[in-house]
Design a protein around this ligand. Sequence first.
Ligand SMILES: Cc1cc2nc3c(=O)[nH]c(=O)nc-3n(C[C@H](O)[C@H](O)[C@H](O)COP(=O)(O)OP(=O)(O)OC[C@H]3O[C@@H](n4cnc5c(N)ncnc54)[C@H](O)[C@@H]3O)c2cc1C
Length: 329
Amino acid sequence: MFTEQRTGELQKVSLELIGEARRLADELGQEVIAGLIGKDVAGLTGGLISHGADKVYVVDSPVAELYMTEPYTKSIVAIIEEVKPAIVLFGATSIGRDLAPRVAARWHTGLVADCTSLAIEEGTGNLLSTRPAFGGNIMATIACPDFRPQMSTVRPGVMQKLDADPSRKGEVINFDAKLTEADKTVEIIEEVRETTKRVNIEEADVLVSAGRGVGGPDKFQPLEDLAAVLKGTVSGSRATIDSGWLPKERQVGQTGKTVRPQLYMACGISGAIQHLAGMEESDFIVAVNKNPEAPIFEVADIGVVGDLHKVLPLVTEEIKKAQLAEANK
Ligand SMILES: Cc1cc2nc3c(=O)[nH]c(=O)nc-3n(C[C@H](O)[C@H](O)[C@H](O)COP(=O)(O)OP(=O)(O)OC[C@H]3O[C@@H](n4cnc5c(N)ncnc54)[C@H](O)[C@@H]3O)c2cc1C
């Protein structure tokens, strides 16, 4: 699997991929091998091993300091040549979506993009990759029986990372991918970081999620207040995004992000199947809805039937009181 790091920081999706790779490898009786590319990235290997990798192939080169398609493609292609894996996984991130098709084309193999689940087919041992198709109206399961390696990109937030086990042992291999300056087919003159604070709802531990039931863009205060006391983030259903109440990056669901927070609070969300697909794996789900028949209650651990504009301020007040009591202990 390809390990994604940016400016020396491991991306959460990499640990999720290792967790999934571990599960698949155990089923096949194979090893989990992480490919790590960058400059001065050796410090990240311990975290990869403690989260489930058996071996880490490190390509450490000044040429690979910043992500660039060609040097990274060359490195991954060379690692595949060396280890001959059955399966190669990438995060379905902007980097993974750029890199994986190139690698697949160089190996003349198939790639299933943007998967939401992976399984091993009984008997053949083939990888079965499932992803939404035809505008999200069906789930397609795709296999690549004739070519190797089998390749998939996996949506961030879908797979579960394993807890770190610092006692796990693994091997680190410094791999020479023979990168040279000539591999840089583009020159990065300047890197400009976006200054507006983009919210990554996939990383949040607590999501207070808005549905059409909130009632309008000027009615979010109770959700903002609750998110503030819970150190959480406000996300939303597609109805709130389509109405322009929240930016697209905050959409939860089949055509939005898949999230798995510790706490997901669905406020005025009916619980359509396309919404549930993005949040039903959350650790604990609380739903507030006026309609006792709303399907969201079927996946909720706690359901409150009521007007969210009345319920949420009361919940926020109670949490504040509890936090104060805790602080004064
Ligand atoms: C191909 C496809 C892909 C899709 N992808 C997604 C996706 O990624 N994510 C997604 O979310 N949807 C997606 N949808 C849309 C989905 O089918 C639903 O239309 C959408 O999730 C509905 O959003 P909602 O629950 O906010 O609104 P509604 O279904 O309109 O529900 C509003 C709820 O709020 C309740 N309510 C109203 N007022 C209050 C109040 N004051 N207090 C408490 N409760 C109140 C109502 O009882 C109701 O249950 C997709 C649809 C298709 C066809």
